[in-house]
Ligand binder design. Structure first.
Ligand code: MHO
Length: 221
C-alpha cells in the first residue's frame, strides 16, 4: 500500500479505513472450511477482523491456481486484532460454519492450518473438545501451514464483486489497495448479508462514497 500515491481525497478515504491496524499489530489465522467465498465474507463482516484474503494451501504442489489446484485446499486467511479475538474464539466460528463431520473432496476439506506451535496446540485442544462434547468424530484436520498461495484477484472479495457498481467504484478510488483493505472486508461481508444494519450505517458514515454506491450497498442489506 505504501508505494501507491493517491490524490488527497482518496488518501483521506483510506485514512478513514478506521478499523485498520498495521500488520505488526495483528495476528494471522488460516482455515479451510469449504468454498472460500463464504468464509471470506463471514469473517470480513466482523469487527476486529482487519484484513482477509483467500487462497490455496495445505498441499505440496507448487504455484497452484484455481484450475490447477494440485493437492491444495481453498482457504481463507484472516488478520485479526488479538485484543478483540482469541484464536480459540475464531475456531468456534470455524466449527459453527462448516461441515466438520463429513469427508469432503480435497479442494473443500476442513482444515485448521496452524501458523505456529501455540496455534497448533490450541487447535488440537479445540478439536478434541468438539469431539468430546458432541460425541462425533471430527473429519477436519489440524496441520501446520507451509505456504499460502493467494487466489486470483476475481476470487478476492467475491461477494462484493457481485455488486459491480460498488466494486468498480471502490477499485477506482482505492486501486490496488482495495481488496486488502478493512473496508473491502466489511463491505464484502455486508454484501453477503452479514452484519447488522447499525454496523453498516456506521461504516458507510465514515466513507466518502458517492450516493449511487451507498444506495447499491444499502439495497443488499
Ligand atoms: N460451487 C462454487 C464453487 C466456487 S468456489 C470458489 C461455484 O462454482 O459456484 O470453489
Amino acid at each position: 500500500m505504501s508505494g501507491i500515491a493517491l490524490p488527497t481525497s482518496q488518501t483521506t478515504t483510506l485514512a478513514r479505513d478506521a478499523q485498520a491496524l498495521a500488520p505488526a499489530e495483528t495476528e494471522t489465522a488460516t482455515f479451510g472450511m469449504g468454498c472460500f467465498w463464504g468464509p471470506d465474507a463471514l469473517f470480513g463482516a466482523k469487527e476486529g477482523i482487519v484484513r482477509t484474503r483467500v487462497g490455496y494451501a495445505g498441499g505440496t504442489t507448487r504455484d497452484p491456481s484455481y484450475y490447477a489446484l494440485g493437492d491444495h485446499t481453498e482457504v481463507v486467511q484472516i488478520e485479526y486484532d488479538p485484543e478483540t479475538w482469541t484464536y480459540d474464539e475464531l475456531l468456534e466460528i470455524v466449527w459453527a460454519n462448516h461441515d466438520w463431520t463429513t469427508s469432503q473432496k480435497r479442494q473443500y476439506r476442513g482444515v485448521l492450518l496452524a501458523h505456529d506451535d501455540t496455534q497448533r496446540e490450541i487447535a488440537e485442544r479445540s478439536r478434541a473438545g468438539l469431539a468430546d462434547r458432541t460425541g462425533q468424530s471430527v473429519d477436519t484436520a489440524v496441520e501446520s501451514l507451509d505456504q499460502f498461495y493467494p487466489a486470483e484477484d476475481y476470487h478476492q472479495k467475491y461477494e462484493l464483486r457481485t455488486l459491480p457498481v460498488v466494486a468498480d467504484e471502490l477499485e477506482d478510488l482505492y486501486g490496488d489497495a482495495f481488496p486488502a483493505s478493512t473496508v473491502a472486508a466489511r463491505l464484502n461481508g455486508f454484501a453477503a448479508g452479514h452484519g447488522t444494519e447499525q454496523q453498516q450505517r456506521n461504516l458507510l458514515a465514515t466513507l466518502d462514497l458517492p450516493p449511487t454506491v451507498i444506495d447499491e450497498v444499502r439495497r443488499r442489506l
